[in-house]
Ligand binder design. Structure first.
Ligand SMILES: *[C@@H]1O[C@H](CO)[C@@H](O)[C@H](O)[C@H]1NC(C)=O
Ligand SMILES: *[C@@H]1O[C@H](CO)[C@@H](O)[C@H](O)[C@H]1NC(C)=O
Ligand SMILES: *[C@@H]1O[C@H](CO)[C@@H](O)[C@H](O)[C@H]1NC(C)=O
Ligand SMILES: *[C@@H]1O[C@H](CO)[C@@H](O)[C@H](O)[C@H]1NC(C)=O
Ligand SMILES: *[C@@H]1O[C@H](CO)[C@@H](O)[C@H](O)[C@H]1NC(C)=O
Ligand SMILES: *[C@@H]1O[C@H](CO)[C@@H](O)[C@H](O)[C@H]1NC(C)=O
Ligand SMILES: *[C@@H]1O[C@H](CO)[C@@H](O)[C@H](O)[C@H]1NC(C)=O
Ligand SMILES: *[C@@H]1O[C@H](CO)[C@@H](O)[C@H](O)[C@H]1NC(C)=O
Ligand SMILES: CC(=O)N[C@H]1CO[C@H](CO)[C@@H](O)[C@@H]1O
Length: 794
């Protein structure tokens, strides 16, 4: 089968033998007569086959089990106001009613990035069976542009993607796209565009630049990649076109029920004196910046940072969502649509922070083996000594709805915290002052990068490698193999993986020593066939607006890593850039620009739980990131000129990536039916809170992503007798599910399911489905179908 996704340049034509290289590493490989490239292709294929076998064991049937539920009417209540958590900065200045900060150029933009919602593996859990079957909530790019009024070329563009992370391929695509927009956009580029991900785990994958995260998605999908890049560019254009003068104000709050440490055992390895400086084992502070335009003092957006994993939607969910941060943004934007102080087109950005060891599964990790026990503290195992039955529980886990209700609740908590801050900003805030807007960016090669620790010792980082505990996964998504966390490296662990790991690459002695005490499972940084498995080159970037400094992290920094990094920047910036004039506010955003897995502290690294096993560049990764950030901080000074050397160019694998993803062949209509026919009608009446379903003759949604549009809609009959659309794909309550019912004849069905909210108005409604079918000749034709009307009563 050929199609847009079937680029396989290394199969067949390039598969012939090339000259042998007999170094110490290839000699450990059993297939000496094959080229390394052929071996790599074979191994990649074998890995996929092995993974599919495991997949069949783990998931016998397509999973879909969304219990009807009614969510809290949180839009009006919110949480009670909480005291500001003073752990990061000084107290608020006095109350005021007019802006006192400096003026900046400000602009916000939002655009749809929802790629193929079916038949594509989700990015995040790296779980082969987790392929999309539909959509609960569209995902977005949200861009915040801030510029210097007097030097308008000095700008930053902070992009938040509802994706697992930033990525090297996506970043290159965005930079190319911005360059093509012409001279109006000449001030945006590598230095000042930050591409961050919310770290959700329920969106289409297959857009990653490097091979390792492509394995479960069967390679690279041009369609999935392009949806993100196109939407990100549109959000930049919208933000750029909305630029106007305005003010920035910072507020903070303490959201104590929004996260939990999922690796407390590792956290406790950090020095006691250091831990004693903090009241909790995760950061509970949300920092929020409000963008207020000067013309009418209306607010155009908010941009916040709060650390919590986007793993509320569980590994067995197969509907696209923005996870808890997607919910928070949805609720906030919806609330602002009727807020007198908010401008039309208000954009709410909920950005990820030092997320590494946090979990939204705040009730802790439990063994689903009938024992009623919590998982072990040290290595998150259950009575059988394995991690597979250990699962973190969200606040509404008992609903057994694949995480839907817990996700909504964890999003609501962040929304409520942000709203608290927002509502208080007119009373008190930290106004952003100092007109300069600065940034720097460079690429850093992490392979054997030597530098000095503050105590003078010289240490180095290493080529990327993943330890044994990587394969164990986490309590948010346990690994499918019998690896455990905090593994000593002499495993009873799956011999399969040991074999695959040796086939792939035996680490050099230098690498083994460098990564010590990590037992290396996958020496990904030294594997470049058929193309690089993981990044060795990372993006180092920081942005500054007034006294706000944003560290852009390529890795998921753990709680303590984020604190050390922020504190180091805070004290250096206070004494060098600001010279005591104003107290800097330092936040960390990521994972951004490239996905460089995790960043644990050296002490946590010694424990080798998942986060440390996934700290790619060895024990000194965090000190290296801090060294590189501080060394370049002077580029953020008001009078700074020039830029750091660009550094080595990372590989661009967009054209060379393998793909085993098949494209849509065709869609067929059952006899006597046409696309869009409603084959199962809703009842004639319901009570608010009921789940209302309709089934339609469907077609594959990959034929047309309907970006900026919708697959599903609820229409209400208004007083003039017209049908008005009142819900669409953006609404959490409206769920689109696609199912292939006959592969040979190309039949499929679509269920539109409205989990009507208790706040829904009484009235007459109907459900509509928008689809696009593909003929045998490849022509794609749009259609829509509608259900009978039904009444909702209170
Ligand atoms: C909001 O303002 C009130 C009164 O000044 C204060 O008590 C409360 O802590 C503030 N809340 C936040 C989130 O800043
Ligand atoms: C933040 O919340 C935690 C947990 O309730 C509490 O211990 C801490 O004192 C709060 N921080 C501040 C500054 O109030
Ligand atoms: C989904 O996974 C959770 C564990 O994380 C489990 O409790 C639940 O039973 C699973 N649901 C289905 C339908 O498999
Ligand atoms: C990165 O550094 C390693 C070790 O010094 C070197 O072998 C490699 O060529 C470098 N990569 C690039 C792209 O410069
Ligand atoms: C970073 O390391 C270099 C040596 O590579 C050293 O000269 C410098 O002092 C270090 N910077 C910081 C801030 O630790
Ligand atoms: C410097 O600190 C590192 C990390 O704590 C430690 O391993 C090393 O021994 C120290 N070096 C000296 C000279 O104290
Ligand atoms: C997990 O931790 C327990 C308790 O420390 C220990 O007995 C067990 O050996 C550990 N398992 C592995 C595989 O490391
Ligand atoms: C509605 O459709 C969904 C998705 O197919 C299904 O899980 C659910 O059971 C249906 N609910 C009702 C009330 O028919
Ligand atoms: C470390 C910490 O602050 N943990 C809190 C996380 O959230 C739960 C409730 O959801 C609290 O009970 C914990 O104290």
């Amino acid at each position: 089968m050929t199609g847009e996704d079937s680029q396989s340049p290394y199969i067949g034509e390039h598969g012939k033998s090339t000259k042998q290289k007999h170094d110490s590493r290839t000699q450990t490989m059993p297939f000496l007569r094959l080229s390394r490239r052929a071996i790599a292709v074979a191994v990649a294929t074998i890995s996929l086959m092995i993974l599919s076998v495991f997949a069949v064991w783990h998931f016998e049937t397509p999973i879909f089990d969304v219990s009807p539920y009614v969510w809290v009417s949180s839009l009006t209540t919110g949480a009670s106001l909480r005291a500001y958590d003073g752990e990061t900065t000084e107290a608020f200045p006095l109350a005021r009613s007019t802006p006192v900060g400096d003026k900046y150029l400000i602009g916000v933009g939002k655009a749809d990035i929802t790629g193929p919602v079916v038949e594509i593996n989700f990015g995040g859990y790296a779980s082969l069976p987790q392929k999309g079957t539909g959509l609960r909530q569209r995902i977005y790019a949200r861009t915040f542009i801030i510029g210097d009024v007097s030097k308008p070329d000095n700008r930053i563009a902070y992009i938040i993607l509802d994706t697992q992370s930033g990525d090297a391929a996506v970043r290159i695509g965005i930079l190319e796209g911005v360059a093509a927009l012409g001279s109006d956009y000449a001030m945006y580029g590598a230095s000042n565009i930050a591409v961050t991900g919310t770290h959700q785990h329920s969106g289409p994958g297959a857009w990653f630049n490097y091979l390792l995260p492509q394995i479960t998605s069967l390679g690279f999908s041009q369609q999935s990649y392009q949806a993100i890049v196109t939407g990100a560019l549109l959000s930049i254009q919208r933000a750029h076109e909305s630029l106007t003068e305005g003010y920035l104000d910072i507020g903070m709050t303490n959201i104590t029920d929004g996260n939990l440490s999922r690796s407390l055992y590792a956290y406790m390895a950090n020095p006691a004196e250091e831990r004693a400086q903090y009241h909790a084992s995760t950061d509970t502070t949300m920092t929020l910046v409000r963008l207020q335009r000067a013309s009418d003092l209306k607010n155009i957006g908010v941009l916040s940072w709060y650390p919590v994993h986007g793993t509320s939607m569980l590994e067995n969910n197969t509907h696209v969502t923005g996870d808890n941060k997607g919910v928070a943004a949805y609720l906030f934007e919806k609330k602002m649509a009727s807020d007198a102080n908010a401008a039309p087109g208000f954009v709410a950005g909920f950005s990820q922070a030092n997320v590494g060891d946090t979990t939204p599964n705040v009730l802790g990790a439990w063994c689903d083996d009938g024992s009623g026990q919590m998982c072990s503290y040290e290595n998150s195992t259950c009575a059988d000594g394995k991690s597979e039955s250990c699962h973190g529980r969200g606040p509404e886990f008992f609903k057994l709805d694949l995480g839907v209700s817990s996700c909504y609740e964890m999003g609501r908590r962040q929304y409520a915290g942000a709203l608290d801050i927002y509502n208080n900003l007119s009373i008190s805030s930290i106004p952003v002052v100092g007109t300069s807007v600065k940034s720097y960016h460079f690429y850093q090669n992490m392979s054997f990068f030597q530098f000095q620790l503050p105590n003078g010792s010289t240490v180095q980082t290493c080529p990327a490698a993943l330890g044994y505990s990587f394969a164990a996964g986490t309590t948010d998504g346990p690994g499918a193999f019998d690896f455990t966390q905090a593994d000593s490296g002499s495993p009873n662990a799956s011999p399969l993986w040991a074999v695959v790991s040796n086939l792939l690459r035996t680490p050099t002695d230098e690498q083994t020593l460098c990564q010590h005490p990590k037992p290396i499972l996958l020496d990904v940084g030294e594997m470049s066939e058929p193309y690089d498995w993981s990044p060795n080159i990372v993006d180092m970037q920081a942005l500054r607006v007034g006294q706000l400094i944003i560290i852009i992290s390529p890795s998921e920094a753990t709680t303590m890593s984020g604190r050390r990094w922020r504190n180091a920047v805070h004290s250096e910036a206070a004494s060098t850039i600001f010279k005591g004039s104003v107290d800097p506010v330092v936040v960390l955003g990521g994972p951004a620009n490239v996905y460089a897995h995790y960043c644990a502290t050296p002490e946590e690294y010694g424990i080798q739980r998942y986060e440390a096993a996934s700290t790619l560049y060895g024990p000194w990764e965090l000190p290296a990131y801090i060294n590189l950030t501080l060394k370049n901080l002077a580029y953020l000074a008001p009078d700074a000129t020039g830029a750091p050397p660009v550094g080595p160019t990372p590989p661009d694998n967009r054209q060379t990536s393998l793909s085993f993803i098949s494209s849509v062949v065709f869609d067929g209509e059952p006899i006597d039916r046409t696309f869009g026919d409603c084959t199962s009608q809703p009842s004639t009446s319901y009570i608010v809170g009921d789940v209302i379903n309709a089934t339609f003759v469907g077609a594959n949604p990959r034929n047309n992503l309907r970006l900026e549009g919708t697959f599903a809609a609820v229409e209400q009959l208004d007083s003039t007798g017209s049908w008005v659309q009142v819900r669409d794909d953006n609404d959490w309550s409206l769920v689109y599910t696609w199912e292939r019912t006959d592969t040979i004849l190309g039949h499929s069905s679509v269920v539109i399911s409205w989990e009507s909210e208790i706040s829904a108005e009484a009235g007459t409604y109907r459900l509509r489905y928008y689809g696009d079918s593909k003929s045998l000749l490849g022509t794609i034709t749009g259609f829509s179908g509608v259900s009978n009307g039904f009444a909702i009563t209170t």
